[in-house]
Design a protein around this ligand. Structure first.
Ligand SMILES: O=C(O)CCC(=O)C(=O)O
Length: 199
C-alpha cells in the first residue's frame, strides 16, 4: 500500500486496509457533497445478494472512462462520463495515491434506512488483488467487515471527508456491508474508485 502521511494501517487476517480520517477538510467535503447531489444521475440498481436479485436500497451511478464497463451484482453497467466534481475528486485522489482509477461507483444513502448487504468487490475485471479507494461524505458511516472463513468481524466508523483503502487480498477473504442505522436522518454519499482491467 502507498506510503501516505497520517494513514492508519489496519492489517487483517488475509487483508489490508488503510484509513485516513481527515483526508479532506469538512469545507471541501461539504462542497463535494453538494455538487454530487446535483451532478449525478442517481438511480436504483438491481443487486444480487446471496443469489437473490433485489432492488438495492440506495441510489447509485457508475462513472468512468468509455471502455470501463463493469458487471457487478449480476448487471453490466456502461459508464456515465466523468462529471466536473468526479474529475476533481479523481485529481485529489491521484495527488494522494499517485494513481489514477478508470471508474467510480457513487452511492447515495438517503438516510439510515438505506443500506448495502454483505458482499465482496471481487469481480474478475478488478483483478485478484484490487485496490479500492472509498471516500465517505456526509453523516458518519458504519462500515462492517466479516472474514469469509472464520466469521471474524470488524466495524469502522467512516468520517465525512475520509478515505478508506482496501488492498491486497481483502476482497478475497472478507465481505463488507453498510447496515441500516436507526436514528440517522442525514444522507451519506460514498464513492468507490476502482480500476477495471482490460478484457
Ligand atoms: O457504502 C459503502 O461503503 C459500500 C459500497 C460498496 O461496497 C459497493 O457499492 O460495492
Amino acid at each position: 500500500m502507498a506510503q501516505i502521511d497520517g494513514l492508519e494501517r489496519i492489517t487483517l487476517d488475509g487483508g489490508d486496509l488503510g484509513y485516513l480520517a481527515t483526508w479532506q477538510t469538512p469545507v471541501a467535503a461539504d462542497q463535494w457533497l453538494t455538487a454530487l447531489r446535483a451532478e449525478i444521475p442517481w438511480s436504483t440498481h438491481q443487486v444480487r445478494i446471496y443469489g437473490r436479485s433485489i432492488t438495492s436500497p440506495r441510489l447509485s451511478s457508475w462513472h468512468g472512462d468509455p471502455d470501463a464497463s463493469y458487471a457487478y451484482s449480476g448487471t453490466r453497467h456502461q459508464p456515465h462520463p466523468w462529471t466536473p466534481v468526479l474529475s476533481q475528486i479523481a485529481d485529489s485522489l491521484q495527488e494522494t495515491l499517485g494513481q489514477r482509477f478508470n471508474g467510480v461507483l457513487v452511492n447515495r444513502y438517503r438516510d439510515g434506512n438505506d443500506s448495502m448487504g454483505w458482499h465482496a468487490d471481487n469481480e474478475p475485471e478488478l483483478g485478484p488483488e484490487p485496490l479500492i479507494a472509498s471516500i465517505s461524505l456526509g453523516a458518519p458511516r458504519r462500515f462492517c467487515l466479516k472474514h469469509q472463513g472464520t466469521g471474524q468481524r470488524l466495524q469502522l466508523t467512516l468520517a465525512h471527508g475520509s478515505l478508506l483503502l482496501m488492498a491486497g487480498q481483502t476482497q478475497r477473504h472478507w465481505r463488507h456491508a453498510l447496515p441500516k442505522e436507526r436514528g440517522v436522518d442525514r444522507e451519506r454519499i460514498n464513492l468507490t474508485f476502482r480500476q477495471i482491467l482490460g478484457r
